[in-house]
Every structure is written in C-alpha cells, then in structure tokens.
Write a new protein. Structure first.
Lengths: 261, 271
C-alpha cells in the first residue's frame, strides 16, 4: 500500500536538490528528445546520459533495474518478432535456415528492436531521477505548478495509490488459494478459478479504493492535494536545467545533422 | 441541574444504496456534547451507513443531520469534517502516505493550518498515541496495533469535537486492546463507538444505541444493556464466553475490577 518510487527521496544529491518543477520539466523534455532519436549511436549516448543521471542520484542501481524488468517483459519479444516480421527492403541482410526456408531473419529488424529497447530503457531510467528524488506528493504538486490539469493529476495520484492496494489484495487472495491447495494446471478448473480470482480481485480492489478515498475525504480532502512544500528556484537549478537542455540540443543535432560516421 | 447541549441531531434519516438496498429507515437520534455512545446492532443493521452520514461521506436521501449547529450540506462539509473525526476499521485505509508524519499531517494540511501549528498538532497526536519514535517511519513498518493507534492519531491531529470509531479494537491482541481502551477512555471529545466488543464498550461508553434493520431499536444506559443477556446475544456482541462462564449471570462481571475485565476476557474458561 505504500508509495514506492519515492523510497529514496531523503538522499542528498544534485538531482535531489534540483527544484522539482524544473527537474520534471527538463527531464520530460529530455525524454521526448530521446524518443525522437533515430540513430543507434545517438540512442546509446542517451542511454549513457540516463545512467549518468541515475548515478548522480545515488539511488541504488538495483532499484532502477527492477523497473527495467517490466520494460524487458514488454519489449523483449520485439527481438523475436521484428527480425521475423519486418518487411525486407533492398540492401537488408537476411539469414535463412537451410531446412526452414519460410523463416527469414532480417538483421534490420534486430537493429530496430535494439533501437526501441534502448530508447525505452533510457526513458524508463529517467523516471527515477524525475519522480524518485522527491516525495511523491511533492512531485505531484510540482505537476500542478506546471499547469497539468487537475483531473490528470488526480488520476496519477489515485492510480499510484491504488496500485499498492491492488497488489496487497492480490497477495492476500493468492495466499488464500494456496492454503486451499490450489495447483494451476492446463484444465477448465484452473481457467475458471483464475477468472473468478480476477473478477473478485477487481471488485475487492474497488471497494478498498473507495474506502481509502472516503478516509481521505473524512480528513478534509477536497480534490486538491495540499503539501507543506514551498518551491524555491535557486541559480543552481537553472544551471542544471541548462546543462540538460544543452544535452537535448546535442542529441537532436547529432541525430539529425551529424553525418561523421 | 446540568443542561445538556445537543451536538448531533439526526431527524428522520433515510438512505438507500445505489443497488437498491435500504440501509436507513427513518433514524432519529440526538447525541449530547461530551457523551460516549456505543452504537451496536447486527451486521447490516445500518451502523456504518449512519456514521458515514455524520461525517458527510453519505448524503441523506430524506431527513436531516445537524452537527454542532451546522446542517450536513455541501457548503458546510469542510467545517463539519474538521469537527467530526472518523477512524475506520481497517487502519490501512487511513494510512497511505510514505511516512507516519505525513499521514498524521494530512488532515491539518487540508484544513490549511499554519506549518508551525501542523508540526505541533502532529507531535501532540503522536505523543498521545505513543508513536513519536516512529514519526519518520513508513506506516507499513508498524505492527497492526501500532497502525490502529496511528490511524487514531491521523484524526486526533485535527482536534475534532466529535470522534467516531468503527471497530477500534478488531483484530487487536489483549495488550494492544488494553492500550486502545485506555486511550479511548481518556479522550475528552464526544464519542461514538461502533463495535461488537462489549468489554471495550462497557469501559468507554455510558449510553447504548441499538440499531435494527436500519432503525434505532432502543436507547439504553450501559448498565441496562449489559444486564440483558438476550439483548447482548441478539445484537451479536462478543460476550457469549463470559455469559457462559458464569452461568448466564452477566451481573457478576459488573463487580470485576478493570484489570480483571481486560485480562479475563482473553483467558480460557476453567474446566
């Protein structure tokens, strides 16, 4: 139930001391510039920059690597699918298996999958410096200062809160299944059980979420998050943003105009 | 003669859930300032629905509620929620911030208190609950008993005039139950306790409001209530063991000391 991304908000680092409003805005622009990069060398440079920013936060690498596991689960299959499915173009290197002629492995597919994966990793790594270096409510409040609509802020806030509610219910229910000797197998009973499990999980999570919301209302919550934070931008914050903006321009220039190699 | 001031007035309150379940059918109740009331009744009798109306979490379908002179309507909700504190049954519903401090400060911050005052209120509430040393710990690191007290602190920091507790001792071990009972007894506010745990009700409340099928069935003094074994049983109160252990004579327990009350309720009956 506890918010998790801000576990290391109390550490002292140049990223932690950066004004959250500037930090989020700057890193968001960096994330967009990474997503627009087309060439693998540029993308690898972005990846390096993300690791550098992560290192500056002093947050243990293992904390961020756990998040990469989720990215790998989603994007990992691209390495298998894209080389097999991408439409061949003149100049592509294609490998055939002598006995399985219908299987063509296009190296460009592998290259594209690598590009997508590296971009995703570079962006996901930025999430930790962006939202993990201040308390979650402070980051949310910063979004409010950046004029993000209140409905979106509330959606982020409650999604984040309820993910933990959902996980807690999930754990409780799987334990209840285990103690009654449920062993999954490939049969109708397992399918039916999982169907019931998911349905009950949704209903229970909804009920719990409703109660958390009521508990917030009962303590004066009116739909606007209030914190004790007073933001103050120091010259150092502008310098940090300027450095990142320089990197953004570097990425765009190198990616679009530099044809050195 | 002492003049009593009504702090909660409920008149002809009706409420039906969106799925059509009729929860309240014309509830009339007056709670006076400084009173401690036990709200009892079987599951589904409307206790939780009623207390959620007092805080403005549910709106009456018919009838009216006046809390400390203010009708429970949209424009008064902010003021009413600062005067009526509610502690939910499951502390995990109430604790959702990354540190205990933040959770306890959540209410005062929403009431736009000054930072210095917030600090003072949080500290006081945590001191009262014996949790100051855990102030900067995430709530999930606390034991269940501590979390229950922490949930209470989150409301105490708002200094409400009325406090409502939904099953404050459920799932607590005897030691934590005794601590909680002591804390509840020392609260200087008007209090409404929803519970199935008779020892705690007996030690903290003077008046019992019995609900049945969405209505107030009876209003009795605590002494009258505990003298009637059948009434205890029909209202699903967790006192059957003690009734059985002394051969259906609950009056016996009226003469036990407070310590005996607490400890005996958790000891096995003699063969």
């Amino acid at each position: 139930m506890r918010p998790d991304i801000d576990r290391y908000w109390e550490l002292k680092s140049p990223i932690h001391s950066w004004d959250p409003r500037l930090r989020i805005l700057t890193l968001l622009i960096l994330a967009f510039s990474i997503s627009s990069a087309q060439r693998l060398p540029t993308i690898l440079g972005c990846l390096l920059l993300s690791f550098l920013l992560l290192w500056l936060t002093k947050i243990p690498l293992s904390f961020s690597l756990k998040r990469l596991a989720a990215v790998t689960t989603f994007i990992g299959p691209f390495f298998l699918i894209m080389p097999l499915t991408i439409k061949a173009k003149p100049g592509d290197t294609i490998y055939f298996f002598s006995h399985l002629k219908f299987l063509e492995i296009n190296v460009r597919g592998l290259y594209l999958a690598t590009r997508v994966y590296c971009k995703a990793v570079a962006i996901v790594l930025l999430v930790v410096p962006m939202f993990g270096t201040s308390r979650f409510d402070t980051s949310i409040k910063a979004l409010e200062h950046l004029k993000v609509p209140n409905s979106i802020i509330q959606m982020i806030l409650f999604s984040y809160r309820y993910v933990f509610v959902f996980l807690a219910e999930l754990k409780r229910m799987s334990l209840a299944m285990k103690v009654r000797k449920f062993t999954p197998s490939t049969n109708f009973h397992t399918l039916k059980t999982y169907g019931n499990f998911i349905g009950t999980l949704l209903v229970r999570s909804f009920e719990r979420a409703e109660e958390v919301y009521q508990a917030m209302l009962a303590r004066g919550y009116t739909g606007r998050l209030k914190t004790r934070v007073n933001y103050r931008t120091k010259p150092g914050d502008w310098i940090k943003s300027a450095l990142i903006f320089a990197a953004v321009f570097g990425i765009i220039y190198f990616d679009r105009f530099f044809r050195g190699f | 003669m002492e003049k009593k001031t009504p702090i909660i007035t409920i008149r002809n309150l009706h409420y039906t859930y969106p799925d059509g379940t009729v929860a309240l059918r014309g509830v009339n109740l007056t709670v006076f300032e400084g009173e401690s009331i036990a709200l009892v009744g079987k599951n589904g009798s409307g206790k939780s629905t009623l207390i959620k109306h007092i805080n403005g979490l549910y709106r009456p379908e018919e009838g009216e509620i006046i809390v400390d002179g203010l009708p429970v309507v949209e424009e008064n909700l902010r003021e009413i929620r600062s005067r009526v504190g509610m502690v939910f049954q499951d502390p995990d519903s109430q604790l959702f911030c990354s540190t205990l401090y933040d959770d306890v400060a959540f209410g005062p911050i929403n009431l736009d208190m000054e930072p210095g005052l917030i600090e003072q209120r949080v500290r006081e509430a945590l001191e009262k609950m014996g949790l100051v040393e855990f102030m900067h710990r995430p709530p999930h690191d606390l034991s269940f008993g501590q979390r229950k007290r922490a949930a209470m602190a989150t409301v105490l920091s708002m200094r409400p005039k009325i406090m409502i507790f939904d099953e404050p001792t459920s799932n607590l071990d005897p030691k934590n139950e005794a601590i909680m009972t002591g804390l509840l007894r020392d609260l200087p506010t008007t209090m409404i306790l929803v519970s199935h745990d008779l020892p705690i009700l007996y030690q903290t409340c003077q008046k019992v409001v019995i609900m049945r099928e969405g209505k107030i069935d009876q209003i009795l003094s605590m002494q009258e209530f505990i003298s009637d074994v059948n009434l205890l049983r029909t209202n699903g109160l967790d006192f059957t063991f003690r009734c059985d252990c002394c051969h259906q004579d609950p009056m016996h327990h009226r003469y036990l000391t407070e310590e005996q009350e607490i400890s005996e309720s958790f000891e096995p009956s003699p063969p």
